[in-house]
Design a binder for this molecule. Structure first.
Ligand code: HEC
Ligand code: HEC
Length: 375
């Protein structure tokens, strides 16, 4: 069913096309002048000529970082002490009520920052209602969570610690009591936040975790292609990239993370069946935002399934067909799906060194450390 929602999409794609034709115009001078019409009759049912493939410069245009906003805050300056503390806290199960869940439980760093489950198991094996997105490359997103309810990684990190179905700590006081009962943590917070009188706080724990997360990036062959090394992608991957742009995937999946730059409706041009989650609407209470989600990054998408906010789609070819149908009103051929999937797999990057992403040794509890609470 095609509805009025097509309109905003068309506006978006018109923007994309505008940017593109600007690129194309630059090249048009060298195009040969069109020859006079040949005297032979045109064949019946002649297909329109296939569009000319875009040059690598035109293709990569969509994946460049946006120019910084005028009011942009300077990037946070993370110290080595903050990153090292953040790594410990990321793997720290004592930040959960029953000392059995850490960030790494649902965002396993050796499994590309996810748990590969439709929905994650949190405190007492409870499941939330959304799929866990990857923490890799998350720092570049306009906002965190599927509905964008946290503006920054710092704001995000406090969420799961206190979330009753995730790590389930009752309050910030319990977090501080736990961390300050362990002398090594007290010392490390002091080192990481030297200006603070009482450095062991939930906010500083979140700040350190965010500093660590900013190190979690995965450079890929696609990055090398965008940087100008045009043999970094195979021919099939390049065909897939052409399709990714010409089909219109880049209206939503753009920027260096191939996503993460906007909120968009799932089922933009054709209703998505069984959609229950109101998405961005829960945050803004604006009717226009009903069913919108923060567009996910597609970096490492080969490894981060199952897909969508509810983890309801398990394989990439199906996901690509669904996107073409519901977001773009396009039916893809099998060959087109193969090429698009090949391109998406070229977005799989290298994980950071084991030194950064393996579990660090954690300091022992003391008599003062609050006990695990399975209730
Ligand atoms: C029980 C599983 C679970 C645990 C534990 C957990 N998360 Fe998550 N995480 C999720 C889920 C599910 C979402 C998506 C929730 C939503 O969008 O409403 C999420 C979202 C995120 C995001 C947003 C990514 C994006 O692209 O929007 C980041 C970053 C993140 N978590 C980091 C952390 C950190 C840091 C910790 C530890 C302090 C942590 N998570 C603990 C399951 C978990
Ligand atoms: C109108 C915007 C829009 C367009 C166009 C679009 N997408 Fe998406 N895409 C989204 C949104 C929004 C989501 C997340 C929806 C959700 O979780 O419910 C998504 C999710 C995905 C996912 C799942 C990622 C994950 O981690 O869950 C893949 C893969 C994907 N898109 C590929 C594509 C491809 C390939 C195309 C072009 C054929 C495309 N998309 C076109 C907005 C768009």
């Amino acid at each position: 069913m095609h509805r009025t929602r097509l309109l905003p999409f068309l506006t978006l794609s018109a923007l994309g096309a505008g940017a593109l034709s600007a690129c194309l115009d630059g090249k048009s001078e060298s195009a040969p002048a069109r020859a006079a019409a040949p005297a032979v009759a045109a064949p019946v049912e002649a297909k329109p000529p296939a569009p000319k493939p875009l040059t690598p410069e035109q293709l990569t245009h969509f994946f460049r970082p946006a120019p910084p906003a005028k009011d942009a805050k300077p990037a946070p300056q993370d110290t080595d002490a903050q990153v090292a503390l953040g790594r410990m806290l990321y793997f720290e199960p004592r930040l959960s009520k029953n000392h059995d869940v850490s960030c790494n439980t649902c965002h396993g760093l050796t499994t590309y920052g996810v748990d590969n489950k439709p929905l994650s198991d949190g405190h007492k094996g409870q499941k939330g209602s959304r799929n866990s997105p990857t923490v890799y490359n998350a720092a570049g997103h306009i906002a965190q969570f599927w509905d964008g309810r946290a503006d920054t990684l710092e704001a995000q990190a406090e969420g799961p610690i206190l979330n009753p179905v995730e790590m389930a700590m009752p309050d910030a006081k319990r977090v501080v009591a736990t961390l300050s009962s362990i002398p090594e943590y007290t010392a490390r917070f002091r080192e990481a936040f030297p200006g603070d009188k009482a450095p062991v706080t939930l906010a500083n724990a979140a700040r350190a975790i965010a500093a660590y997360e900013r190190k979690l990036t995965t450079p890929s062959r696609f990055d090398r292609y965008v940087a100008g090394k045009h043999d970094a992608l195979t021919e099939q991957e390049q065909r897939g990239l052409q399709l990714f742009v010409s089909t219109g995937c880049t209206t939503c999946h753009n920027g260096p993370a191939v996503g993460g730059t906007s909120f968009q409706k799932l089922g933009l041009v054709e209703d998505y069946p069984g959609l229950k989650d109101a998405g961005r609407f829960d945050v803004t209470k604006n009717e226009d935002d009903r069913g919108k989600f923060r567009v996910p990054t597609l970096l490492n998408v080969e490894k981060t399934g199952p897909y969508l906010h509810d983890g309801s789609v398990s394989d990439l070819p199906t996901m690509v067909r669904l996107m073409a149908k519901h977001q773009l009103a396009r039916t893809l051929t099998d060959a087109e799906v193969d090429d698009l999937v090949a391109f998406l797999k070229s977005l799989t990057g290298e994980l950071p060194s084991q030194e950064l992403i393996s579990a660090p040794p954690l300091p022992p509890s003391t008599k003062k450390t609050p006990k695990p609470d399975p209730s």
